[in-house]
Design a protein around this ligand. Structure first.
Ligand code: E4P
Length: 218
């Protein structure tokens, strides 16, 4: 499975990359807007840090302009994957970009049927928004599992990329379900590591060792 980090912060991306568990970086317009940096700068800087894909979402609302933006993003860096919304213009732009082999997929996915339309267009990925699906009153984890099982049953190669993850409970449920990929914020990644009992255990070992010389100085 693949793990992506959902941020535009170079510090957070570098820190995650050092752990060796990050396969790429996802962004969205809200994340980029929060940085006060140019979109291009965010994508270029991110691509210099990570070896994997950098997901960049279009801002346009009509298909022609989405296609133009998607092609423009490809000029900024290698390994850019264009994110298109699950709307009529988004699906039209997806068809056109995929017909030319531009890596592109569908985001802000709330249903199995939207995911199927994306896969039929040979989307590179679909991103069900787990947390936001829950907020809407439906079941984000169940929707994501159903998308994965439809794709497996139909032999679609489109990656299921679970997004809008709020906590490690959701993340571990997705791992158990065999979801292709997950993107998470730096704070959810931190929560994968930090455990009070681990901290207490490590502190206990240091206390037991006391002021003895470190092992390599013996
Ligand atoms: C995915 O690529 C999106 O950027 C992200 O996961 C959206 O999550 P949010 O609901 O926290 O904004």
């Amino acid at each position: 499975m693949r793990i992506y980090i959902d941020t535009a912060s170079p510090e957070h991306i570098r820190a995650a990359d050092r752990l060796g568990v990050v396969d790429g970086v996802t962004t969205n317009p809200s994340i980029v807007a929060d940085t006060d940096r140019r979109y291009r700068d965010v994508v270029e800087t991110t691509a210099e840090i990570v070896d994997g894909p950098v997901f960049a979402q279009v801002l346009a609302e009509d298909a022609d302009e989405m296609v133009r933006e998607g092609r423009g993003y490809q000029e900024w860096a290698e390994r850019v994957i264009v994110k298109l919304p699950a709307t009529r213009p988004g699906f039209e732009a997806l068809r056109r970009l995929r017909a030319d082999d531009v890596p592109a997929g569908t985001t802000v996915v709330f249903s199995v049927e939207q995911a199927v339309l994306a896969a039929k267009n040979d989307a590179t990925f679909v991103a069900p928004y787990v947390g936001r699906i829950d907020d809407s009153g439906a079941d984000g984890l169940a929707t994501t599992r159903r998308i994965q099982s439809v794709f497996d049953a139909q032999g679609f190669e489109t990656e299921v990329l679970a997004a809008s993850i709020r906590n490690t409970t959701q993340a571990t449920a997705l791992y158990e379900a065999g979801i292709d990929a997950i993107t998470m914020s730096p704070s959810v990644l931190d929560a994968h590591i930090d455990h009070p009992e681990t901290a207490a255990g490590v502190e206990g070992f240091a206390k037991a060792w006391g002021d003895r010389d470190p092992p390599l100085s013996e």
